[in-house]
Ligand binder design. Structure first.
Ligand code: G3P
Length: 218
């Protein structure tokens, strides 16, 4: 499964890239807003694209199809890694079809139902982003949606990649892996939670103490 980092924080992106942990980056307007207004968005997207060798999702911020197409074409010119994120609305799907016809990759975001995911694929989406955590937030079952989309896409040999988004904790990641999501995007905090285990820490403490007791240099 491809792992994307869900952040616009360049230091976190470099940290994860240097360890070889991520295959790309996803951003959204809320993540961009967290950084404050000092950074020029196009410059930041370029810096992210140069830091990671993989897709970087940049989201449009208008509601009409023509505006999305115009912003999408402009964003796509920043770097070959850019993938245009559009919302799962009629206008978003119209923009998706046009941008896809232009050979620009599109990530359709804010997906909350299997029929939405099917239509996004019809519109040519490269990625569909179901928001697992936000479904769980309203007492739904985010993982059931991943399972349904997986089955639908497999039934009809649909190539759109399932990008499990709004992953909030390691168990979301385990389930997304087991269900065969193609990609998962997660915040830095969750990425590092995935590698933590108390038995690893305890085992390492033991190894270090035993080595020290030997009194030799390696
Ligand atoms: O990138 C979109 C998605 O991952 C947002 O997650 O935690 O804000 O629902 P969250």
């Amino acid at each position: 499964m491809k792992i994307f980092l869900d952040t616009a924080d360049i230091a976190e992106i470099r940290r994860a890239t240097e360890a070889g942990l991520i295959d790309g980056v996803t951003t959204n307007p809320s993540l961009m807003a967290k950084l404050g207004a000092e950074r020029e968005p196009a410059e930041l997207f370029l810096e992210i694209c140069e830091a990671v060798d993989g897709p970087v999702s940049a989201e449009v911020v208008v509601l009409d199809a023509e505006g999305m197409i115009e912003q999408g074409r402009r964003l796509a010119k920043i770097h070959d890694n850019i993938v245009i994120k559009v919302p799962l609305t009629e206008a978003g799907l119209r923009a998706c079809r046009t941008l896809t016809n232009d050979d620009i990759r599109v990530n359709v975001t804010l997906c909350f139902s299997p029929t939405q995911a099917h239509l996004a694929a019809k519109a040519g989406a490269t990625y569909i982003s179901p928001f697992i955590g936000r479904i769980d937030d309203v007492a739904g079952d985010g993982m059931e949606l991943i399972s349904q989309i997986r089955q639908i896409y497999d039934n009809y040999d649909i190539e759109t990649e399932i990008l499990a988004a709004s992953i909030r904790h390691p168990q979301h990641m385990v389930q997304a892996l087991l269900l065969g999501a193609d990609c998962g995007t997660l915040p830095p905090k969750v990425l590092y939670q995935l590698l933590e285990h108390p038995l690893t820490d305890r085992g390492l403490e033991g190894f270090m103490a035993d080595w020290k007791s030997l009194g030799r240099e390696l």
